[in-house]
Design a protein around this ligand. Sequence first.
Ligand code: SF4
Length: 388
Amino acid sequence: MKNRQRLGIYIHIPFCVKKCAYCDFLSFPATKEVQEKYMSSLESDIKYCVSKYGARFDDYIVDTVFFGGGTPSYVSPQLIAGILKTLKSEFAFDENPEISIECNPGTIDDEKMRVYAESGFNRCSIGLQSVQDDLLKQIGRIHTFKEFEEGFSAARNAGFKNINIDVMSALPGQSVTDYVNGLNKIIEYKPEHISAYSLIVEEGTPVYEHPESFLPLPSEDDEREMYYETDRILKKAGFDRYEISNYSKKGFECRHNVGYWERKDYLGFGLGASSLFENVRMKNISDMNKYIGNAGKSDLYEDIEILTANDCMEEFMFLGLRMMKGVSSRRFLKLFNKNINDVYAEPLEENIKNNLLCKYRDDSGESWYCLTPHGIDISNTVMADFML
Ligand code: SF4
């Protein structure tokens, strides 16, 4: 049997009940009718892609699928299950795939979680963000903490043994004590995975356009403290930090996201979805009418970038250094037929000297480069040194 390469699949569901005040993702409210049309177009998009490029997927086996958004749990669970069924009939699947769905409290119930579990989903990611109802309201979330509790129980009752909770820090009006208490409360639910991000004020969002309505934002010192507390509290609770913002119990790292950071090939379907396939990055159109009008009839890419060898090496470093284990010299050599030291001698040496990177050997003798704690703090600066 030939050794097939791993392939990830991302499905974008762009619908949300209401736009959150900080959100710059491709997401918006839509009627049931639009949702149904979209889901049907998504199916046509997948089938068209396989009928046109299917021969190129013969060497691949799907080992992760991720339904993200938006709020996938906002649309009918039967339509979601239908798309997963289509994927399973169009692609060869690994016998133990990770199949994730993003869910938001207020849009989850027992019936939905049961349909997901029965159709093959085995991981769910719940967007809680904060345990405080006043803060949730302030940032425009549609749900309360109680609705999160109900959704979490629904997921467990349906049999989900791999649950992520998203949590945000540096929210308007949030104190360090609020955040610490909230994080401790979240741990009590015993999720297998926690993604912890701080609020980023993105241009074009209400938080950016009307800052006066979102005061007071925590000071830089408080923001830093929340960031350090995340690491301290989660490690103490038995979570392993495997990526700058992601913590998991042993064996529960998100395989799909690790695939992004390791630059494994993935196909994205749906509005605005991105793909990386054989060193070509593609992005789908973001216009809903064009998407629905053309799905199943033509390619839907609005952007195609053929990566050069240098682009690939840069991405290998930027993305790989996000993970705590860092980047492997052996893998670099295997992928690029070049020694990492011949390409990056200066930034490696300089960052090691400044205690921002460190070099270590694993049990097999393979050498790796990873960020130090200080390097994590200023990771963007370190990564910029690897531009060629
Ligand atoms: S639920 Fe998520 S995707 Fe939807 S508006 Fe809020 S932050 Fe954006």
